[in-house]
Write a protein that binds this ligand. Structure first.
Ligand code: FEO
Ligand code: CA
Ligand code: CA
Ligand code: CA
Length: 603
C-alpha cells in the first residue's frame, strides 16, 4: 500500500470558493497581474487609453476589445520569450463609448469598432525571478482588424459563392470578426474560429433568390437592420446588396505570429459554420486532425483530417508547408449513438442503469478535396454551407459545442457543451444519451476516444465526463468522483490541458449565481472527476482562453461589467478600480517563490 497523494499532480491547490467579487480571486499562495487590457498600446505611436477620447486611429494601434482566446507560442525552450496572440471577439458599444446611441451610431464609433475586432500579436517575456509576464516592444507587434487583408485558400477559394464587387475573384477578404476560441498549431501558428458572424449583416429578408435566402436563414443572418447598423456605413454588411459577403465569414483563420508581414488565411477546407475554435492533433503517420465545434443550440461537432503530412519544426519553410496541409483533406461531422435503452434517457439527467451516459460514434465524411460525399451538394456547397450538408448527412444535434480539444497526454478529445435551454422542448430535438437533460442549463463535457487512439479513425467511443451544475443535485455527474468534494461548475466553454493531462475548464454564463471561473479536473486515476475551482473572474465577465504551463496560468477576462448597462451603470470597475470603466484584459497567475502551478511546496 502506497501513500495516498493529497491531490493529482498539477491540481494541488486550495480551491477558490464561489463568489461575486469584482476582482480576480486566486488560490492562497498565488500572485496575479494584468498583462494587457483594452486600449493599452500595441503598436508604436499608440496613444495612452482615454475612455472619453477614443478614436478609430487610436484603436488601430491599441489592444482590441473583448479578448477571448489567447495563445502563447514559446520562442525558447524555457518559455521565457513567447509570442502572444489574442482574439478580440466582439465589441460592446454601450460600454465602449460614453455617448452611444444604438439607433444612430456615428461613423467614428463604427470605425472604432472595426478596429477593436480581430487580433493583437505581441512579444511577451516571463520573468523567471518574479513570475510576471511583461509585454515587450518588438517587431512582432501587430494588430489585425476588419481592414486587414486575408487570403482565401482551400477547395472553395475562388468559388462563385465567394465573389463580391470588391473581390470579383473570390480570393481575398477584408478582415476577420467574432474570433472566439482557437488553438496553437505544432508549427507555431494560430488557428482562430469566426463564430457569430451572422449578427453583423442586415436585410436577409430583402434577398430575392429563394435558395440564397434559405441558406442565410440556416445561418441566422439578420432580417431587418443589424444591431450595430454597420450596413449604413459599408454596403458589404447589407446582405441584400452583397449577398456573398456573408459567405466570406464563418471560417477558421490561420495567423502566423512569427512573421508580422504574413497574410493571414481563411481555410475553406475546414467548413463554414459558427466556429468556436480549432485544435490540432498529429497522427502517427504525420497527418493532422483538426477538431472543431459549431456553437449554437443543436449544432454539430466536426473533424478535418489532412491528406498531406506535416514537416516537423517551426522554420519558415515548415510553416509554409504545414499551412497548406489544412487546404486538402476530408471534412467529417460527428454522429453519437447511446448504448442504453432510450427509455432510460428520460431527460432528468439521472444516470441510466449501466451507470454512464456513453456509447459509440461515427465521423461521417462530408467532402474530400473537390469530391462531395453528400447527395445533392457539390463540394463547394459542402464547404460554404456546411451546416446544410451536415443536416443531410444525419449528424447529432448537440447542446452548443464550444471548445473541442485533444488531450496531448491521453489522446482523448474533450468537448465542452455549454448549455441548451431548448433541449427537449416540444418544437426542438428530444434528449439523447449524448445530450441527456431537458432544458440543459449547466452544460456537460463529452470525452471521445478515437478507435485505437487514431485521430484519422472514422469510428469512436464516447462518454460524458461531467454533467455540470450543483453537485448536491441528482442530475449532475463528476466522472464518478465523490460529489461532496467537488467545486460546483456551470456552463463549460474553453478547455486546456496541463503537462500532466489534467483538463482545465473556463466557464461562461454560470447559472449557479456566482461569477465565472477556471477549474482543473484530473481525467485519469482515482481523482478523475475531482473538479477544483482555480480562480473566479470579476462581475459580469466570462473566463476565456486559458493557458496552463508549469510556471503560469493565463486567462482572458472577457466583458467585465456586462451585468451593467454602460458608462452610467458600468457593472464592474475592474481592473482599474475607483469609478473607472471596466476593461477586458489578459491576466497572468503564478505561484510565489518560484513553485510550479498546482504543486504545493515543490520547486
Ligand atoms: Fe464565443 Fe462559443 O463562445
Ligand atoms: Ca450508457
Ligand atoms: Ca466560447
Ligand atoms: Ca460561450
Amino acid at each position: 500500500g502506497g501513500h495516498q497523494p493529497a491531490a493529482a499532480p498539477g491540481t494541488d491547490f486550495d480551491p477558490v470558493t464561489p463568489n461575486t467579487r469584482d476582482s480576480v480571486v486566486i488560490p492562497e499562495g498565488y500572485e496575479q497581474q494584468v498583462v494587457i487590457r483594452w486600449g493599452d498600446p500595441v503598436l508604436p505611436g499608440a496613444p495612452e487609453f482615454d475612455f472619453d477620447n477614443q478614436s478609430a486611429r487610436a484603436q488601430q494601434l491599441q489592444f482590441g476589445y473583448n479578448n477571448d482566446f489567447a495563445g502563447l507560442v514559446p520562442l525558447d525552450g524555457a518559455g521565457i520569450h513567447n509570442l502572444l496572440v489574442v482574439n478580440h471577439e466582439y465589441t460592446t458599444e454601450s460600454h465602449m463609448f460614453r455617448d452611444y446611441d444604438p439607433d444612430n451610431p456615428t461613423a467614428e464609433q463604427v470605425r472604432t469598432a472595426w478596429a477593436a475586432h480581430g487580433q493583437s500579436i505581441l512579444l511577451v517575456r516571463r520573468d523567471p525571478a518574479r513570475g510576471r509576464l511583461d509585454v515587450l516592444p518588438s517587431h512582432y507587434s501587430r494588430r489585425i482588424t476588419l481592414d486587414t487583408e486575408f487570403a482565401v485558400q482551400g477547395p472553395a477559394a475562388g468559388s462563385e459563392l465567394l465573389r463580391t464587387s470588391a473581390d470579383p475573384r473570390g480570393r481575398s477578404v477584408r478582415g476577420t470578426l467574432n474570433n472566439c476560441a482557437g488553438g496553437v498549431t505544432p508549427w507555431g501558428t494560430i488557428l482562430s474560429g469566426e463564430e457569430n458572424f451572422h449578427q453583423y449583416f442586415a436585410h436577409a429578408d430583402r434577398v430575392e433568390d429563394p435558395t440564397t435566402r434559405r441558406r442565410m436563414e440556416r445561418y441566422g443572418i439578420n432580417t431587418g437592420a443589424s444591431t450595430r447598423k454597420w450596413e449604413r456605413f459599408d454596403d458589404r454588411w447589407d446582405a441584400s446588396r452583397e449577398p456573398n459577403e456573408t459567405n466570406r465569414f464563418g471560417w477558421v483563420v490561420e495567423i502566423d505570429p512569427n512573421d508580422p508581414h504574413s497574410t493571414p488565411v481563411k481555410h475553406t477546407a475546414l467548413g463554414r459554420f459558427k466556429h468556436e475554435g480549432a485544435t490540432v492533433r498529429t497522427t502517427e503517420d504525420g497527418r493532422v486532425a483538426v477538431y472543431m465545434g459549431d456553437d449554437e443550440r443543436f449544432e454539430y461537432i466536426y473533424k478535418f483530417v489532412s491528406s498531406g503530412r506535416m514537416k516537423p519544426g517551426r522554420s519558415a519553410h515548415a510553416r509554409r508547408h504545414n499551412k497548406a496541409l489544412l487546404d486538402e483533406g476530408t471534412l467529417y461531422v460527428a454522429r453519437f449513438t447511446g448504448d442504453s435503452p432510450a427509455s432510460e434517457i428520460d431527460g432528468s439527467g439521472r444516470l441510466p442503469s449501466d451507470g454512464e451516459f456513453d456509447g459509440s460514434g461515427q465521423w461521417l465524411p462530408l467532402a474530400t478535396g473537390d469530391t462531395s460525399h453528400v447527395p445533392g451538394f457539390t463540394a463547394e456547397e459542402v464547404y460554404v454551407f456546411t451546416r446544410l450538408a451536415a443536416d443531410r448527412a444525419g449528424a447529432t444535434k448537440m447542446d452548443r459545442p464550444e471548445d473541442v480539444e485533444p488531450n496531448p497526454v491521453n489522446g482523448r478529445v474533450y468537448c465542452a457543451l455549454t448549455n441548451n435551454s431548448n433541449r427537449g422542448a416540444a418544437e426542438h430535438a428530444p434528449v439523447d444519451e449524448a445530450n441527456p437533460r431537458v432544458g440543459n442549463r449547466h452544460g456537460h463535457v463529452l470525452e471521445i476516444t478515437e478507435r485505437d487512439g487514431d485521430p484519422t479513425s472514422t469510428e469512436m467511443s464516447w462518454g460524458l465526463l461531467l454533467v455540470c451544475g450543483d453537485p448536491q443535485r441528482a442530475d449532475t455527474y463528476f466522472g464518478g468522483f465523490d460529489k461532496d468534494r467537488v467545486s460546483p461548475i456551470s456552463c463549460p466553454d474553453n478547455v486546456a490541458f496541463d503537462r500532466h493531462g489534467n483538463l482545465w475548464i473556463a466557464t461562461d454564463g454560470n447559472e449557479l449565481g456566482s461569477n465565472d471561473g477556471l477549474f482543473a479536473v484530473p481525467v485519469e486515476g482515482p481523482e478523475r472527476g475531482h473538479v477544483k475551482q482555480f480562480l473566479t473572474v470579476p462581475k459580469g465577465a466570462e473566463t476565456c482562453g486559458p493557458v496552463v504551463t508549469d510556471e503560469l496560468v493565463t486567462v482572458c477576462v472577457q466583458h467585465p461589467g456586462e451585468n451593467g448597462s454602460g458608462p452610467e451603470n458600468p457593472g464592474s470597475h475592474w481592473p482599474d478600480g475607483g469609478d473607472s470603466q471596466p476593461r477586458p484584459a489578459l491576466v497572468a497567475v503564478w505561484r510565489d517563490l518560484g513553485h510550479r502551478v498546482g504543486e504545493i511546496g515543490r520547486r
